[in-house]
Design a protein around this ligand. Sequence first.
Ligand code: GDP
Length: 506
Amino acid sequence: MLFRSTLVARPPVVAVLGHVDHGKTSILDRIRASSVASGEAGGITQRIGAYQVERQGQAITFIDTPGHAAFTAMRARGADVTDIAVLVVAADDGVMPQTEEAIQHIRSAGVPIVVALNKVDKEGLNVDRVLQQLAERGVVPESYGGDVPVVSTSAVTGQGIDTLLDTLLLVNEVILPTRANPSRAAVGTVIDSELERGRGPVATVLVQNGTLRIGDNVVVGRVYGKIRALVDDSGKRVKEAGPSKPVQITGLTEVATAGDVLQVMDTERAARALADQRTALERVRTAQPVRRITLADFAAVQGEVRTLTLVLKAEADGSLEALRGQISAIADPNVTIRIVGEGVGAVGEADVNLAAVSGAIVIGFNVRPDERAKAAAEEHGVDVRFYDVVYQATEDIEKSIRGMYEPTFIDVYQGRAEVRRVFQVDGRPAIAGCQVVDGKIARSARCRVLRGGKEVAAGKIGALKRFKDDVREVARGYECGISIDGFAEFAEGDILEAFVVEQQNL
Ligand code: GDP
């Protein structure tokens, strides 16, 4: 077939994930060191965010940033570069919280797992216990009848490292022979980028298809440029980079963002036009509030079978179990509940990213989000909800599932003003001459009229004036005139309390 003949095997791209201190960096270093061609002058290597090694004449590309933070951050931007995930589990420590998180992320990405059972050089290990822990979490080792290869490794002695590479090649061959067409124009993903003195913006790109060459006109997200130089992972200048090859590029007009897709364009003009168009679109997008998937939305669509996807976080194993149990017990003929991730601890950036890529809502039980998680939730428009009573969480979920989800509104206090004089309109005291004594009064706010500590009226502000002028808001210490729609009974000494109504359960 005409098209098939242009496809050739490309090296698999491998990411290394696992709990902190289980040896991810050590394994990556070991693999890298073992592969530095002995003949190469001084074996100078350069860290560019990814590297390629050779084993039995075949190449494997490793993403050099271990851990799932980078992995999910990239996926959250829509870039799925990884073909196989190595899950590093220290044999002495076993499955730990971040091991579980990593398993969830790998699952959600749908890539095959190879387990590196690391630190096997240590004494007194109970390997069976670790394999059992993995099996319990659905990562069933081949020795237990499952399909996950487990390789015993030691990053210290080097034991098992070659076997790990062989296993990766085997998995690639058997499960997913990765293919690409080196003769087409290149498409790749930025995995690292920075502004470097003297060189300008540099970015490490993993070419996914096609071949990238010096002189190519490229667009990378909202940035464009003409490739000035290509440098590979051994620090050598190269003229071109084919599929799965990581290269550092220079020649971009600005710093690109990790996860951005690189595309070769025919002309510089076309590259620039596309970059400009994206910049303009981005401006429009950021000017609009981020679209969220919320429980309330979920209630809005009815009548078809839907899946409510959740990420659960709780402060302890027991409460997580309770929460999961209660949620799984919710039965509805039209809705399936799917839990794509769960764990003990604060809601972190990785949880939010996982929710973003799986269209999930994050439920936190007796936990709070960290700052980065908040920022990520804002950026990706992820609905993160917190509860401290299990039934409130399940009640909300049930309500939304059954389409009965009522939005809850709360009044958010803005400021107070004291009525010093009243002015008549058509013979009635319809305008209050006030002084703002606390906070501020905004034209768009609603107002309560308090007299003797009791509310006598409430309504929208009709007019807000400073002297003769209409104003948008008046700050503490200033005088102003206020009228309230449908109210004309102000009295001296009244307190006006301004508030805005916000939906609490967005
Ligand atoms: P990471 O946080 O997963 O990247 O873990 P590191 O690679 O930084 O390793 C954490 C610690 O474990 C370091 O002190 C390493 O020297 C040690 N370590 C890593 N691999 C092994 C191993 O195979 N055997 C032993 N004994 N120690 C190891």
